[in-house]
Design a protein around this ligand. Sequence first.
Ligand SMILES: [Zn+2]
Length: 322
Amino acid sequence: MRMTARPVMVPGIALAIGALLQVNVGGQAAAGGGQNAGPAPGETLSESYRGSQRDNVEYQKIPPIKVFDNLYYVGPGFVSVWLIPTADGLILVDTAQEPYVDHVIDSIRKAGFDPKNIKYILLTHGHLDHFGGASKIQALSGARVATLEEDWQLIDATYKAPANPNRDRALGPVLKRDMVIKEGDAVTLGKTSLKVYKLPGHTPGSPSFEFTVYDGGTPHKAFIFGGPGQRNGVEGGTQFLASINRLMREQQDVEVPVHVHSWLTTYPYPGGGIIERAQKLAQRKPGDVHPFVDNATWRAWLKIAQAGTLKYLEDEKAKAAR
Ligand SMILES: [Zn+2]
């Protein structure tokens, strides 16, 4: 199946999947002017969503992107929400947070799917930018919401924490603990199966998912690394290093790294973020390689992350010894 000719608008840039890239120089912005903004000097487009344009709500509302036959980007610009359609319903990976949840629901519809058909919402970790929309989308769809025990604990703690106006604005209705997945499980819907890994370090859980994407029917090994940047000092750094080392041992053959943010701030991804690759995809000609199929930069990224984590651990240990 080839890409449909659905036009995909990215702020400042009009993407027509399967057609030529057009650069929209000014003008055409919706009221409010948010979409007229762009990256700051020295910033890439993907980076701008987590950098200078982080709080620009209209700028963040990018249209859905069909990346593979069975993988769509339906998030705002700064945090990924991935839609995996199957013969028996939809799987959503992460949900973004308010005020973007209606945009996510809208993007699912614009991509041609009914959000009521979501059967599973898989959460890559218990941070609000990933789970904040889960309760709203669950209420709409009746989907099961799943993550690891460690990340459920983080989610529970978020709702129990003292009031914080900044955070609470992004907090949807309470997400109740639902399905607990664990390392080695498979989440299966239709013929699609996602194998669950626990790769801690960003959080104590950080479920990650291995599955197959199809490009015009051709299968590729895809992998969602749930927490692709270390946190929490020596303990988190040590866990993260072990996770990276494990990926280097077991997952050298990943062809499609499926990122949880369009731009990874801790270890920026070589070869561009999601938006840059989407632009390349829009310009792709028959016979060209798919710009998201890129085993070489996955392996390069693992090396960057490993070296960065060793340095992080050194610094954290020095701090702890002071
Ligand atoms: Zn996080």
